[in-house]
Design a protein around this ligand. Structure first.
Ligand code: PLP
Length: 454
């Protein structure tokens, strides 16, 4: 896809449509001359260089990458119209695209029925899911694993609901014994399961936690903000295939959050919340003196806590799904490559004397640390920080990220490391670009070399 060519076509397509309404002159107050614009643009593009190269395969750090060109074209083209998906009055075409895209997400998870919409982020999507959960289980708290995203604790605070972190096991998954102890108290009305923790990519055992929650009358919400699209690899043949049980069980859970702006090739500003029972729409009921005039058809603002939202976001996702649908043969191929990259790097680390795996990756996040002498948490912490900094500063740079592992979690996995500190930073690489699969050999060589130069 030639981005320049498609952006050119986009401006023409929108201009042709605009011309059907008759020509007019923009107001002089908006006029900017090209010389002034050129100067501002030069400074602007100069400032943008103060960034890490998220697009490059040698960037193997945080959960960041540019959107697919189809998403860029979809977004920028729509932005020339700038619809607001709050109401059909604000953008009928993109509101319908949003409903199509959301239906595809619901189908991806195996929902037979659904009510859902896009949000600005996974944070807001989780807030909405927990808001509905609170309305259905007033006076009861919310349980989530200690490794769940910190947003759950914060959103419980916002909602005035008690949050209960549940211990994780040595694989980083929720400890179901601890969950059951908590459910037995009757204080918990909702269990949040994470399919793909943000730190390590651990997948909570949804298929085992769901019957447990049902037995105690608790609701189950799945936070798949990061991991959701990995359901496309559930039960797939080959090394990249994932054990299907937790992913298949998501279809029976009450609500799901997934972030197309993480693994769905979208620009930031695209999260999604899905409810299995469309009846929960009643909790959003409100009157609006300003909107909802053009039809009796559902307006997305009637089932959303946010008001204005970019129609461009829905358009970008819709156009991307036309080309790379959320199916095993479509977007699944992109996730499969990242998964293979994680497995390849894991093998290289397992065969190295300089690096050690922190734990086996379940998805595309590799966690590892430098081998240090003497083997102490403080030593690992300092060496990880040094590798992070020297990796970025070197002639042939590699970009990693660090993750703080606490003492108990670390020593449960690696009892041979002396626990002389509260915890240690380890190295973490999210291999979410499919290109990574062809670059992990280089990444490994560079990181091992820097580890050796102590
Ligand atoms: C990223 C993430 C969130 C927060 O989503 P934002 O889109 O960053 O607001 C919540 N939960 C999980 C598991 C995540 O990975």
């Amino acid at each position: 896809m030639d981005l320049q060519q498609w952006l050119g076509r986009a401006t023409h397509a929108i201009q042709d449509w605009a011309d059907t309404f008759g020509g007019y002159e923009p107001h002089p107050s908006l006029h900017v001359d090209d010389d002034r614009f050129a100067a501002a643009f030069e400074e602007f593009t100069g400032r943008l260089k103060d960034n890490y190269p998220f697009f490059h395969p040698h960037y193997a750090g945080q959960m960041l990458k540019p959107p697919h060109p189809a998403a860029v074209v979809g977004y920028l083209t729509t932005m020339l119209i700038n619809p607001n998906n709050h109401a059909l009055d604000g953008g009928p075409a993109t509101a319908r695209m949003e409903r199509d895209a959301v239906s595809r997400l619901a189908a991806m998870f195996g929902y037979d029925t659904h009510l859902g919409h896009l949000t600005t982020s996974g944070t807001i999507a989780n807030l909405e899911a927990l808001f509905v959960a609170r309305e259905l289980h007033p006076g009861q708290g919310v349980a989530y694993s200690a490794d769940a995203h910190y947003t759950h604790g914060r959103m419980c605070h916002v909602l005035g609901v008690k949050g209960h972190p549940v211990r994780t096991d040595v694989t980083g998954r929720m400890d179901l014994g601890a969950l059951e102890d908590l459910l037995r108290t009757g204080e918990v009305g909702t269990v949040v399961l994470t399919t793909g923790t943000t730190g390590l990519g651990a997948v909570d055992p949804v298929h085992r936690a769901l019957p447990l929650a049902e037995r105690y009358g608790a609701r189950v919400h799945v936070d798949a903000a990061y991991g959701g699209f990995f359901t496309l690899l559930a039960g797939v043949e080959g090394p990249e295939g994932l054990p299907p049980e937790p992913w298949r069980a998501i279809a029976r859970c009450d609500s799901i959050v997934v972030d197309p702006h993480k693994h769905g090739l979208q620009p930031y500003g695209c999260g999604a919340v899905l409810f299995r029972d469309p009846e929960v729409g009643r909790f959003y009921l409100h009157d609006s003196p300003y909107t909802y005039f053009t039809s009796a058809e559902l307006h997305l603002g009637e089932i959303s806590l946010e008001c204005s939202r970019a129609g461009a976001s829905a358009a970008a996702l819709w156009l991307t799904f036309q080309l790379l649908p959320p199916t095993p043969d479509g977007l699944g191929q992109v996730l499969a490559a990242g998964r293979r990259a994680a497995l390849k790097w894991t093998d290289l680390i397992a065969g190295s004397d300089l690096l050690e795996l922190y734990q086996q990756p379940e998805l595309d996040i590799v966690s590892y640390f430098p081998v240090v002498e003497p083997a102490t948490l403080a030593g690992v912490d300092a060496a990880s920080a040094r590798i992070l900094a020297e990796g970025m500063a070197s002639e042939d740079p590699v970009f990693l990220s660090t993750l703080k592992a606490n003492r108990e979690d670390f020593t449960a996995r690696h009892p041979e490391i002396a626990a002389d500190a509260d915890g240690a930073r380890i190295l973490r690489s999210v291999l979410m670009k499919p290109e990574s699969e062809h670059h992990v050999g280089h990444l490994h060589t560079r990181v091992a070399r820097i580890a050796q130069l102590r």
